[in-house]
Design a protein around this ligand. Structure first.
Ligand SMILES: Nc1ncnc2c1ncn2[C@@H]1O[C@H](COP(=O)(O)OP(=O)(O)O)[C@@H](O)[C@H]1O
Ligand SMILES: [Mg+2]
Length: 282
């Protein structure tokens, strides 16, 4: 198979709504990619630190976290810790991040802290994922500035698309003001229950709206996925036979297949995404 170098692709996992599967995806998609042989870093920028603990790192006993990176005390590389799974590292966060917005409100260059830190180390990884908080704060802005691409989990429930409009508005502003090159990695349907009309309806609306940018893979509602964080394990170390594990592995494979596809039609893909955001009415 053709090998595509994807060194240091930075993917922000964002949606301004909470509880849509950002953290679950930030833990399990990197884990799946690592199973396929990639070297992956997960950067946790949510003060809840759920990606940190979900990857088995004790968020209370940390010497240094993203807080120290944002406040300039430590470099990003010096806060990274290994996880139980080979190929997966995490730059951890905890409650210390609450209020860092205010602390930095006067600081010049505060939107580009993460990008500058990532530039120093991104080529040491194949993928870098950023688990964003459910709000458009300075930390999310840092992620949108640092990212090459955006992955948007969409929970199949009422009002899902309203959250998306808000996010696409944010992406538009980010492209205009902060990061003209921000691409859309894809929209991921999460907690999908194919037995319900609602899930099917949200799914088809998302596909009508975002077209090919919606991943074919959907993540089903799966109780094993909701249990694994309390064991500090990605789904593959908790129950690799579960429907959730199979779905995240399929997602990783689809992502890689899409990379190949994009590589062979890079210009077409970029144009398609630009059109999508430009034509989005809010
Ligand atoms: N596919 C899924 N099936 C079952 N539970 C899920 C699934 N995805 C997420 N959850 C659960 O839903 C809640 C919110 O998910 P989470 O990933 O933390 O969302 P976010 O980071 O967007 O706030 C968590 O309790 C999580 O365990
Ligand atoms: Mg989260």
């Amino acid at each position: 198979m053709l090998h595509i170098p994807v060194m240091g692709r930075v993917i922000a996992i964002a949606n301004q709504k909470g509880g849509v599967g950002k953290t679950t995806t930030s833990v399990n998609l990197p884990s799946a990619l690592a199973l396929l042989g990639a070297k992956v870093l997960v950067i946790d920028i949510d003060s809840q630190g759920n990606a940190t603990s979900g990857l088995g790192v004790d968020k209370h006993g940390l010497e240094a976290t993203l807080y120290d990176v944002f406040t300039g005390v430590f470099s990003l590389s010096s806060v990274i810790v290994g996880t139980e799974q080979e190929g997966v590292w995490v730059a951890p966060a905890n409650n210390d991040l609450v209020g860092v917005d205010i602390e930095l409100s006067e600081k010049a260059g505060r939107e580009t802290i993460l990008r500058r830190e990532l530039e120093k180390l991104k080529n040491q990884f194949d993928y870098i994922f950023i688990d964003c908080p459910p709000s458009l704060n300075l930390l999310t802005i840092n992620a949108l500035v640092a990212a090459d691409r955006l992955l948007v989990p969409l929970q199949c429930e009422y009002y899902a698309l309203e959250g998306i409009s808000a996010l696409m508005q944010t992406v538009k502003l980010a492209r205009q003001n902060l990061n003209a090159n921000l691409g859309l990695e894809g929209v991921l349907l999460t907690m999908y229950d194919s037995r319900t009309n609602l899930a099917r309806q949200v799914g088809s609306e998302a596909r009508a709206f975002f077209g090919h940018s919606v991943f074919d893979t959907v993540i089903p509602r799966n109780v094993r996925l909701s249990e694994s964080p309390s064991f500090g394990k990605p789904i593959f170390l908790y129950d690799e036979e579960s429907a959730g594990a199979k779905a995240y592995l399929a997602l990783a494979e689809e992502m890689k297949a899409r990379e190949l596809e994009r590589h062979s039609s890079e210009e077409g893909a970029v144009e398609e995404e630009e059109k999508l955001v430009a034509n989005t009415k809010f």
